[in-house]
Design a protein around this ligand. Structure first.
Ligand code: F6R
Length: 616
């Protein structure tokens, strides 16, 4: 939520900041703004809407300063207006601030500041924080060699409750930024005679791949050539400089119309990357380098608990199915947002997992911390190296699928499914799963990228179906067993990018309520793979058809539906049960993508959403 870029260096700041904001736009896109310090004054340009609007505005009177900050907003406090857009400037004109997060005690701070004569132009908590920094700055004694801005930001943050990633400039201090984080990511990029602060590496990699991931409770003073990190309690920190493995081309759209389309079609390669080097030499199981848990410790685990949000939770639900099937160990899945407050009783010998593409989702992070507080070991599956969740977990598995920019998760999801199946195989082989069954599973998993390639060849067929169904206002997605979570995911994908109301259900549950929705106005997408319960699923289809509901059936090769039962049939390749959810995801991703395009929706930036939800 909210993208942040701060730049201090040898080049003009505004083109670099605008470029960075475009790359961060997926984090929030209701308004944008920059503040550049030049000729001893802040030059602020703010606009509701996309970065392109801001760029046009800046082009009217270009900004030449080499020091500045910029922001893309996902509104929390206050509506979408130019005044509420960041950066905010303190009412005495001394301080400029950009902020990601929520300051919970802003009302008390504001009351205090009003008594001190500070005034407010916006409805935001950020402007309150900005004025409080200005208040401390005005009171801070000027001592040679001491950084007043740093001291006043620190004092302010000691009073701040809530979450923040902030970057601050002082009008009297050209070339000096102060940044701090608690609960919202911030990364320092170390360039050649220039330094950058951003909420995401994608805004940094155009200039440098050397980065420092700030930790919660840290505050940094940054100049063109130097930086100094301490904790808010003034303990000095020796930061680790990491190297980002992504490069700028990974976060570009290339010849595709949308990032979502690119990421859907990238999935065969993404899966290859996610599995590379992770199969055992004897070809019967998997290996994960970073689990930080011994085989004997793993052997002693009696339960697994998975927590995540949204799409990642659906991947956990499929993983639950796989672990229970291959390893015969009970697994529980919970919404991270519920788990964190529910104080649910946990069994001993439980191994805790969280899944998060971004590694920054605040609810998932809170669930991780809650489980650790209770004394459990927590492992993370995440795509973003160095993310907060990856760092705070005791160990984990990286997805290695490169940056996912489309707000609707696709390649990250299927790679989570793959990792979940590989994990289930790993645990299964420590228990009852035979060598032969393990080998068959490995062979199937290795073949997943090619099966996905084959499923992607269905794109023209699915596009034609999408054209016929794009006008509907309600849809059901139905599946059973490991495809029930894929039905949930299909419904989520459709509603988030095309704004069609959609619900996912276990197919047999339909008759316990949702069947009331069935009519010629409500199509059902129903997974019917060949197998032991194929006939049961066919019965569910009959029930839909008897009530005039249009049916889009997703079947596997060889499955034979009674004539006339389905209005549309999408046939995916036959596959091993470990791979089926991955391959079955492809048609529903394509369907929601093409329906959204047909309806003229902004696929990569759906309304009200943002990638990486770092507020509660
Ligand atoms: C939907 C989607 C979201 C995320 C959820 C968790 O397409 O992307 O539902 O899955 O916000 O995000 P991460 O995985 O970053 O924790």
């Amino acid at each position: 939520m909210c993208g942040i870029v701060g730049y201090v260096g040898k080049h003009k700041a505004s083109p670099f900041i605008l470029e960075g904001l475009k790359r961060l736009e997926y984090r929030g896109y209701d308004s944008t703004g920059v503040a550049i310090l030049q000729n001893g004054a802040f030059h602020v340009v703010k606009k509701i809407g996309r970065v392109a609007n801001l760029e046009k505005e800046i082009a009217k009177s270009p900004l030449n300063g080499t020091f500045g900050i910029g922001h893309t907003r996902w509104a929390t406090h206050g509506g979408v207006t130019d005044a509420n857009a960041h950066p905010h400037i303190s009412s005495d004109g001394k301080i400029a601030l950009i902020h990601n997060g929520v300051i919970e005690n802003y009302a008390a701070m504001k009351k205090f500041l009003l008594t001190k004569g500070y005034t407010f132009k916006s409805e935001t908590d950020t402007e309150v924080l900005c004025n409080l920094i200005a208040y401390h700055y005005a009171k801070e004694p000027v001592v040679a060699g001491e950084n007043r801005l740093f001291a006043s930001v620190r004092k302010t943050l000691l009073h701040a409750e809530g979450t923040y990633g902030i970057v601050v400039m002082g009008v009297d201090l050209p070339g000096e930024m102060v940044a701090a984080r608690k609960g919202s990511p911030l990364i320092l990029g170390l360039g050649d005679n220039e330094n950058i602060i951003a909420s995401d590496v994608s805004a940094i990699v155009a200039r440098t791949q050397s980065v420092v991931y700030l930790k919660d409770g840290e505050i940094v003073n940054v100049t063109q050539k130097d930086f100094r990190v301490t904790t808010l309690d003034q303990e000095s920190v020796s930061p680790t400089v990491d190297r980002v493995t992504w490069n700028i081309a990974d976060s570009e759209m290339g010849a595709y119309a949308h990032f979502m389309e690119k990421e859907i079609f990238e999935q065969p390669v993404a899966l290859e990357n996610a599995m590379r080097g992770r199969f055992s030499e004897d070809g019967s199981t998997t290996n994960f380098g970073g689990l930080n848990i011994s085989a004997s410790e793993f052997r002693g685990i009696e339960r697994f608990m998975f927590c995540a949000c949204g799409t990642a939770l659906h991947a956990c639900m499929v993983t639950e199915h796989m672990i229970e099937r291959f390893a015969r160990i009970p697994v529980e899945c919970d919404y991270a947002s519920e788990f964190r407050y529910r104080n649910s009783p946990l069994f001993r010998n439980t191994l805790f997992f969280v899944m998060s593409q971004s590694g920054e989702t605040i609810d998932t992070l809170a669930a991780l911390r809650e489980a650790k507080r209770k004394g459990y070991k927590v492992l993370a599956v995440s795509n973003v190296v160095g993310s907060t969740i990856a760092r705070e977990a005791d160990g984990g598995i990286y997805q290695h699928v490169g940056p996912e920019v489309g707000v609707a998760s696709t390649k990250a999801f299927t790679s989570q499914l793959l990792i979940g199946a590989m994990l289930a195989l790993y645990i299964g082989r420590m228990r009852d799963l035979s060598f032969g069954a393990g080998q068959r599973c490995v062979t199937a998993l290795k073949g997943a990228p090619d099966l996905v390639r084959k499923a992607l060849e269905l794109a023209p067929h699915v596009k034609a179906i999408a054209k016929r169904y794009a006008h509907y206002t309600d849809m059901l997605f139905l599946g059973r067993m490991s495809l029930f979570p894929i039905a949930l995911e299909g419904a989520l994908k459709l509603k988030e990018i095309s704004y069609i109301h959609a619900e996912g259900y276990p197919a047999a549950e339909m008759k316990h309520g949702p069947i009331a929705l069935i009519s010629e106005k409500c199509p059902s997408v129903i997974f019917a793979p060949a197998g032991e319960i194929f006939n049961k699923i066919v019965s569910s289809m009959q029930e839909i058809k008897a009530r005039k509901g249009p049916v889009i059936a997703i079947i596997t090769e060889g499955a034979e539906l009674p004539a006339g039962l389905a209005d549309e049939v999408i046939t995916i390749p036959t596959c091993h049960e470990a791979v089926l959810p991955i391959v079955a995801s492809i048609p529903v991703q394509l369907l929601s993508y093409y329906i959204a395009v047909e309806r003229g929706c902004d696929v990569d930036k759906p309304r009200n959403l943002a990638k990486s939800v770092t507020v509660e």
